[in-house]
Design a protein. Sequence first.
Length: 202
Amino acid sequence: MGILARTVSLLLVWVGLVGVAQTATAQSDLDDLGVGSFLVASRDLLDPNFSHTVVLVLDYNSEGALGVIINRPTEVGLDEMVADLEGLVDRSETVWVGGPVAHWQVVLLVRSADGIEGAERVFADVHFTASRVVLESILESDEEFRAYAGYAGWAAGQLEGEIERGGWHVLPGDAEMVFDAEPLELWRELIARGEAQWAWIP
């Protein structure tokens, strides 16, 4: 066999191994997908709605998935978005970009060791709600929360397809990271973890 033929043969073997590895990685990510997991946008995901984002999955079933982007803060005050709520007067909370769907809708992530009436537990001590009543109650307490404008949504099978094409890494959720004080660094930290995880999958 000539040098050119051997080179082509080795190249084909390498391409085949890469394809097998990518398939195994995508399957691993799909196995890890669920409520409370993080979706970490791959470097190849160029959709401006999701480029360099980290999404917390809030709901996942046979009908689709729902989540919020947790690393896109804004300088818009929550009192500007919910202007008629008296409890927001003199509050400093800002609104975060939660996703491209229903950007006028406020979604809350609340950190509480106890259950919250009107909210759904995501994992650990993290809960989510879109209830104005719950927001009013939180403003009277010392519970930590973040408010998001809109959310991310996928139809049945859509998110799985994006993962299979390498658009997302799936990692376990972490309550500390959901409320990270330096959210703009979150994607850089998690993409490194996600890519390392891909490299170690046999």
